[in-house]
Write a protein that binds this ligand. Sequence first.
Ligand code: ZN
Length: 254
Amino acid sequence: MIVKDLTNDPTICIVGCLHGDELLGKEIIEKLSSEMPRLPIRTIIANEEAMAKKVRGINTDLNRSFPGDLNRGNEERLAVKILEQTEKCKYVIDIHSTTSNMEDCIITTTQSFRKKRTRDLIKRVPIKNVIIMNKLIGKNSSLIDHVACGISIEFDYSKSVLFVSEIVKRTIRNIIEDRIEGNKDYFKIVRSMKSRGIIKIEVENFAEVKKGREFAVSDGKKIIAKYDLCPVFINEKAYTGIACLISKKLNVEQ
Ligand SMILES: [Zn+2]
């Protein structure tokens, strides 16, 4: 783990590489360190061991290992050390990249989203789509479930470092200058769709599928939506055995 403070009293913590095969976080952190040297930022490059081996995690998934345990494997130990570093920061922004062909999105969790502070932080980020994960995926053991106020951001893996760093920089400035961005669309995860057999999702991520409409084919059989839904994380490689997550779009601005 590499921890670096850009000033003496950092309030915003930027975390990258909880997953060792997502190097985007490290690249963004290196760019921020050189371009925003006087801002109250702490940066954490998390899972160096997994990065060296080009794997998601060594023993397990670090972002399912919080609050962690010093007597267990690499990821559980790291989780404890990361929380020691995020403790004094008011905000945590955790950077990921997705292999699903999906627009960038903010990730929160059911339990974190209950906090007004989290909802306010979300409004500082210049990204429209917000996914509210339930414990089905994160198991209440992701980093953002264990900090006072935090979000993850999933960037399309093909996005350039320049593009992503501009989003992160603007978010940091919005926090410091107390500015909010435009309206958001909120997608609440309700279940995952297993990828048994040959399954093909026939719509794009975030597409609004009305009740009664076909949206996928499994072993030649049509899959019909039982309620209005939006598939997300279609064919995400990190979600083994899962074809996509099923979300419901919320109607109200939170
Ligand atoms: Zn990730």
